[in-house]
Design a protein around this ligand. Structure first.
Ligand code: MGD
Ligand code: MGD
Ligand code: SF4
Ligand code: MO
Length: 765
């Protein structure tokens, strides 16, 4: 390691300036408008900001770069179709601040690595391609041609294509993603890890094995007309704010809402629609009817307890609780599931869930009486050792009710990054299907590899083992987003070359391979002009709607290229344009869409259909009860309640997002809804646990992780007394990622277990 740069892999462990206020009991409303405008005016100027926001999520505008929540199919609000976090995302992206060659000349990578993620992100948009030579301490400007040539030469020099890895973060457009996977596969590897590996991979695995499609089955309309929506392991008020509008519509139509979460998140509580003056005056709509403060990872136990009560009632009134006709004609494995439910102990399930019997019975009554049920979930279910099982148990309960593939009912994994679902549809996956690969081979006259590639966690291990020489990152912030930060840092530093296609600076530009290249790209809101004229891109939201997105702003620098143009540039340099006409694709994205149409199902007449303003729905078998499993049936699964215990005195820690960040991009230092301001190094604890451990509010502790006999540490956190299930605590991602063991992964999806980390606290001073 001696010739490596002396960069800091971890963010500084120093405190900022903690201020505690009360946890908020209402979400959105006027404070959200004020917060949005503060970010907009600080980053981009108020008028420029408002003008741009008026185009966001409109049919002729651009897609919000925030989350993957869908826009209404019908009329869009003239007052704006965005939320506080959409506004923050755009403020961050369309900022006036710039990271120029002069900035890089002034600051060494070592110095930059000592700064916080907040500082790095706030530095601004990167304006020119930059090159960090082997042994050098500073990035220097490089021309696009030279950058592409260096990457092409490096790729050609490898002993095997599998020495290259191509990561994707989920903001990448369909067109860029398609070109990118094609480049990797023409080159000869399926090494295409993505952020989804760390996110909803467990949903993809659980859903495809049971209902034959790795995506959710509901539409926005279904949420409006559902009788019962259960929100599990998700914090929509912060991470999918416009979901609150859909939940409110459901309530107004008479639906009930249950929230299952170790923390009573504000957004799950009361929603004040900022566009409705009456709602503001009245104080908003109470969304959650039943809040279940489940223990971390107590979800299967809860679902089993509910199913036990449902079965008891079904035994008394056959056919009135379960949808027996649906079960008989369209499912497999019902008898086995019933036997499994009968063998489970109600008391044990209640105990493991951390809940009391009365509250579970109340919720079970809803599952017994309602017929149109939706379950929504996110990282609280997927980022567990049994993440895939969590999803399968969700499917079990929905299948018992026939609540899949009918209006007002179904599965709703709420996706994260704004085009993460589209990227998968485009083939960003390390385990591609044979049918897709053979279509690529026929279309382009190439021979794509059949051997599976590495996912995110496997790629880190492969780099540690010296098997990866080149790592290309299509967006994202791999160093900060992945588990076991120190190991990941070592892994990346083991590479000969790292290439980042980025809009903004982050830790991954500081912790690099021997040589590093930054290729600065246009963002969603930027105008994209190519040889054939103004271009647009397309994206797919959480509910499978593909639509157009066209940026409006003059790009922050004339030296930027679009993501598709960058991919085509790299690919041409590495492989030439004989088989795949990369130049033509970069010049006119219609040609990329023609290739997509020819090789991926559901994209017939793509170029025509996507020009219709609201876009189009992709086929979804589960939605039509046409299950894509080998026997065309939906499958019940036998799932065990995990009952994972930690040592006495230890805590189960979950890593979560604040209200002021987008993954590793830190918008600000506040977590407004939770009443925590000015500080990110905090650990939220149950007051009883604090008492048992002799801790007082704001006391400083170090977090010591224990996994498989290995110890990991993260220093300097302030303890905060909080309403959280006993025995559990919470810290913020990404500061605490150093404590997530690389080997602690979900069975069947290999997703890092970011929500169940065994730790003990060590008092400081
Ligand atoms: N503003 C903003 N929006 C975002 C993001 C962002 O960072 N900022 N990130 C985007 C991305 S990529 C994603 S994937 C999504 C993430 O969206 P979420 O999944 O909502 O994000 P997390 O903060 O990880 O929150 C997980 C929630 O699950 C709860 N939880 C944790 N463990 C358990 C458990 O065992 N059981 C149950 N029932 N609950 C549990 C936590 O208390 C928390 O409320 O949001 C997307 N949208
Ligand atoms: N402990 C813990 N770890 C987690 C999670 C957790 O809950 N807990 N969540 C996981 C999840 S759900 C996810 S999705 C991953 C996220 O992992 P990533 O997707 O890798 O991380 P982000 O922070 O979203 O990436 C931010 C960077 O993307 C770049 N960027 C922004 N916009 C664009 C664009 O338009 N184009 C390009 N090319 N680049 C752009 C900017 O440089 C920015 O710094 O993290 C995972 N890690
Ligand atoms: S809900 Fe998500 S997609 Fe919609 S405006 Fe907010 S951040 Fe953007
Ligand atoms: Mo995510």
């Amino acid at each position: 390691m001696s010739d490596k740069r002396n960069v800091q892999i971890l963010p500084p462990e120093t405190f900022a300036n903690l201020k505690l206020t009360k946890m908020k009991d209402k979400a959105v409303g006027i404070p959200a408008i004020i917060s949005s405008m503060r970010h907009i005016s600080k980053e981009m100027g108020i008028w420029r900001g408002i003008k741009l926001l008026n185009k966001m999520n409109q049919k002729d505008g651009f897609d919000c770069p925030g989350c993957a929540w869908p826009d209404p199919d019908g009329k869009r609000s003239g007052l704006g179709e965005y939320c506080e976090n959409g506004a923050k995302a755009i403020a961050e992206e369309a900022t006036k601040h710039r990271v120029t060659p002069e900035f890089f000349a002034k600051h060494s990578v070592e110095w930059l690595s000592e700064q916080t993620d907040f500082f790095l992100g706030k530095a601004g948009r990167i304006t020119e391609p930059m090159y960090l030579a082997k042994g050098s301490s500073h990035y220097e400007p490089i021309s696009w041609d030279d950058a592409f040539a260096k990457i092409g030469e490096k790729m050609k020099s490898l002993n095997s294509p599998s020495e290259a890895v191509f990561y994707t973060s989920g903001r990448t457009s369909n067109e860029a993603a398609y070109a990118y996977q094609l480049m990797a596969r023409q080159f000869g590897t399926n090494n295409l890890p993505d952020c989804s590996n760390m996110c909803h991979e467990s949903s993809g695995a659980g859903l495809s094995q049971t209902v034959g499609i790795g995506k959710g089955s509901v539409t926005l309309e279904d949420l409006y007309e559902s009788e019962l929506i259960m929100v599990m392991g998700q914090n929509p008020g912060t991470n999918h704010p416009r979901m609150l509008t859909a939940l409110e519509k459901c309530k107004k139509n008479g639906g009930k809402i249950v929230s299952v979460n170790p923390i009573p998140e504000t957004g799950n509580n009361t929603f004040v629609d900022p566009q409705n003056p009456l709602a503001i005056m009245k104080g908003g709509t109470k969304l959650t009817d039943h809040y279940l403060q489940v223990k971390v990872n107590g979800d299967v136990a809860l679902l089993k307890a509910i199913m036990i009560l449902m079965l008891e009632e079904e035994d008394k009134r056959p056919g009135e609780v379960f949808d027996l006709e649906f079960i008989a004609t369209l499912t497999e494995g019902y008898e086995e599931l019933v036997a499994d439910i009968r063998s489970a102990s109600f008391e044990a399930m209640i105990e493991q869930s951390g809940l009391n019997e009365k509250e579970v019975r109340e919720v079970a009554d809803l599952f017994i009486s309602k017929k149109k049920i939706i379950i929504c979930w996110a990282m609280g279910l997927t980022q567990h050792v049994n993440g895939v099982d969590n999803v399968k148990e969700v499917v079990n309960i929905l299948l018992l009710k026939g609540s899949i593939g009918k209006p007002g009912a179904g599965t709703c994994p709420v996706r994260g990054h704004s085009n993460v679902q589209g990227d998968r549809t485009m083939g960003i996956w390390e385990k591609p299907k044979e049918g897709f690969l053979s279509k690529l081979d026929t279309r382009f006259g190439i021979q794509t590899p059949r051997e599976h590639g590495v996912d995110a966690v496997e790629s880190i291990q492969a780099s540690l083992d010296g098997k990866v020489k080149v790592y290309v990152f299509m967006g994202g912030n791999f160093i900060s987003a992945t588990p076991d930060s120190k190991l990941t840092g070592e892994a990346i530093q083991n590479c000969e070359m790292t290439v980042q296609v980025s809009t903004k600076l982050n830790r991954s530009h500081c912790v690099t391979g021997d040589e590093a290249i930054i290729l600065p790209c246009l963002a969603r809101s930027d105008k994209d002009e190519q040889k054939s004229g103004l271009q647009f891109v397309t994206v797919e939201n959480s509910m499978g709607v593909v639509h157009k997105s066209q940026g409006r702003l003059d790009p922050p620098s004339k030296h930027l290229k679009s993501e598709p143009a960058i991919v085509c540039g790299m690919a041409h340099a590495a492989m030439g344009s004989e088989k795949v006409n990369w130049k033509e694709m970069a010049d006119n994205y219609d040609t990329i869409r023609d290739h997509i149409e020819a090789t991926i199902a559901g994209f017939d007449n793509y170029n025509t259909k996507v020009r219709v303003p609201k876009g189009f729905y992709l086929p979804n078998g589960a939605r039509d009860r046409n299950f894509g499993t080998p026997d065309s049936k939906a499958h019940f699964s036998i799932v065990k309640a995990p009952n994972r215990q930690v040592k006495t005195g230890h805590l189960i820690m979950m890593t979560i997002r604040t209200h002021d960040q987008y993954n590793t991009t830190i918008y600000g230092m506040n977590d407004r809804y939770r009443g925590i301001e000015g500080e990110r190094r905090v650990v939220l604890m149950n007051p009883e646990d604090m008492k048992e451990q002799g801790l007082t509010n704001t006391q400083v502790v170090n977090l010591v992780g224990e996994f498989d006999g290995e110890i990991r540490r993260s220093n300097n956190y302030k303890v905060i007394s909080y309403s959280i299930a006993k025995g559990c605590c919470a810290t913020y991602f990404p500061e605490a990622n150093v404590l997530v063991p690389l080997k602690s992964v979900a069975k069947g999806s290999n997703t890092p277990v970011s929500k169940f980390i065994e730790i003990k606290l060590e008092k400081v001073g």
